[in-house]
Design a protein around this ligand. Structure first.
Ligand code: 1PZ
Length: 215
């Protein structure tokens, strides 16, 4: 049987992961959050090596979280809520400036969380786009409204250049690998609200604990 790395990306599996992400009392399971991100990285990699610097950063952040999940304190990292409580209670977060915990779970997840907002905005544009709309424009608009505000000039520049290399809408839809365009649009219609819900729950949690600007 082929290993999961060899299987083609499929939008459905990202949807499944984000569906599994929410517990009955609306906590966010880290394991499925990570699985969702793994699926997205697979997608990014299938778009070409120009996006390597982006997927490399996402992979290294995913790995930090996986390491926490597999550590002796793993059970404290079951949900984003339990992770925040555990790291704050045990002073494992650099709150104002980088110090002894430069790679806390909280600050690492915050980077992915901000990127999730970009994803939500981008996928919503893609869902409502017309056949000849440009993915690079949708991507740039979504980026400028979200992640760009957290990136220094040099990263914004590199991201902006990478967007030019994005394939057009038809290829993009094909790579999503869930069938004809109508089917892609239908799945996006399910995926966007789910991603949005996971984003909002995390955003409120981080806001409540004053963690939205972690260095
Ligand atoms: C489909 C097109 C993909 C466009 C992706 C748009 C996002 C552009 C992000 C550019 C990231 C550049 C690399 C490194 C950035 C890091 O400095 C920051 C902050 O981390 P720190 O330096 O504080 O540790 N990293 C991030 O902001 C996380 C970025 C994750 C991007 C994941 C994109 C996944 C794309 C999925 C494709 C559907």
């Amino acid at each position: 049987m082929a290993g999961s790395e060899n299987q083609k990306f499929c939008l459905q599996e990202v949807l499944d992961s984000f569906q599994l992400c929410l517990s009955p009392n609306k906590e966010v399971y880290l394991e499925h959050y990570i699985a969702g991100w793994r699926g997205l990285v697979k997608f990014l990699n299938s778009l070409g090596s120009v996006f390597g610097f982006i997927s490399k950063d996402a992979v290294s952040k995913i790995q930090i979280l996986v390491n926490f999940l597999n550590s002796e304190n793993g059970s404290q990292y079951a949900t984003v809520q339990s992770m925040v409580k555990f790291e704050l209670d045990n002073k494992l977060v650099d709150v104002d400036k980088k110090g002894i915990c430069p790679e806390s779970g909280c600050r690492t997840l915050l980077r992915l969380h901000r990127a999730l907002r970009w994803l939500e905005l981008f996928l919503e544009r893609l869902r409502t786009s017309k056949e000849d709309d440009k993915t690079s424009v949708m991507c740039r608009e979504a980026y400028n409204e979200s992640l760009a505000q957290h990136h220094p000039w040099v990263v914004r520049k590199a991201a902006g250049m990478a967007f030019f290399a994005l394939p057009g809408r038809p290829t993009f839809f094909e790579v999503m690998n869930v069938g004809p365009p109508e089917q892609v649009v239908a799945i996006l219609g399910k995926a966007v609200p789910l991603i949005s819900e996971v984003y909002l729950i995390t955003e409120e949690l981080y806001l409540k604990h004053n963690l939205l600007d972690l260095p």
